[in-house]
Design a binder for this molecule. Structure first.
Ligand SMILES: [Zn+2]
Ligand SMILES: [Zn+2]
Length: 259
């Protein structure tokens, strides 16, 4: 089903395959292309490093030539705070083709209050199963919304996963700014009822594997199950059935003469 997998990990963060192995798998499965989107710089344990970007780009070019698929260099950046800070800075734009953003744990947060909320409070309500406060939901939603407004993000990854937010508010802003909402096939991150409301916002989607191992590149099984339960407008899922998604970040770079 997936034609262009915008979310795959490699050994440059904590994936198992190399860039070339992911590309070979994409070619084997008949994909048009993939993005290599390892975890962002602000993850102290397994985030990718700025000093490796040139080498990663070279590997992408070689893998693309060898296997005849597009191999874009991207990043799965982290939401770092309420003001919309992510761990990609304008100085990084030249070296990247794709920017994803999502919530992950144990990163460098912008301020201490971001650490206590984005990490501490989300974990607390996840672990205890208690109902999260309205204040926490509003805070998390603001992290997403401001990140979309202040950065040319192509895709919001696994919205709502480990993070209590209002996905409808996030999707509305994503629709306004040309950012896709991801249907992640590694994990379920919204309920069917939430998906139905997100669809009503008019936002566009992509289906991504979030592959951390080579064999999962291009995997759409979880999305296919979801589509049996929730009626998605297939023409608004921009990277399946032969479609290649237009990317907000690429348009931004072109407009600003970057790269
Ligand atoms: Zn992620
Ligand atoms: Zn990921």
């Amino acid at each position: 089903m997936i034609n262009f997998d915008l979310h795959t990990h490699t050994v440059w963060s904590h994936g198992k395959g190399t860039i070339e192995e992911n590309a070979a798998e994409a070619a084997k499965k008949g994909l048009k292309g993939i993005a290599i989107t390892d975890h962002g710089f602000s993850h102290p344990a397994f985030g990718m490093r700025r000093r490796h970007l040139d080498e990663m780009k070279r590997e992408c070019v070689l893998a693309s030539e060898k296997h005849g698929v597009d191999v874009l260099l991207g990043i799965e950046s982290n939401l770092r705070g309420e003001d919309g800070t992510i761990d990609v800075k304008p100085k990084d734009y030249e070296k990247l083709d794709v920017i994803l953003a999502g919530v992950h744990r144990f990163i460098y947060y912008k301020y201490f209050r971001d650490f206590t909320r984005l990490l501490g409070q989300n974990i607390f309500y996840n672990v205890t199963g208690l109902k999260p406060t309205k204040k926490l939901i509003a805070y998390n939603t603001k992290c997403y919304v401001n990140a979309i407004k202040h950065n040319p993000i192509d895709v919001i990854t696994h919205v709502g996963f480990l993070c209590f937010c209002d996905p409808v508010e996030v999707a509305k802003v994503a629709a306004d700014y040309g950012t896709y909402i991801e249907i992640n096939t590694k994990k379920t991150h919204l309920t069917d009822e939430q998906w139905e409301k997100v669809i009503e916002t008019g936002v566009d989607f992509v289906v991504d594997s979030d592959a951390h191992s080579v064999e999962r590149v291009g995997d759409s099984a979880l999305a296919e199950e979801l589509f049996k339960r929730v009626k998605f407008p297939m023409d608004r899922i921009k990277n399946i059935n032969g479609q290649v998604p237009e990317l907000r970040f690429a348009a931004y770079k072109k407009e600003h003469g970057i790269g």
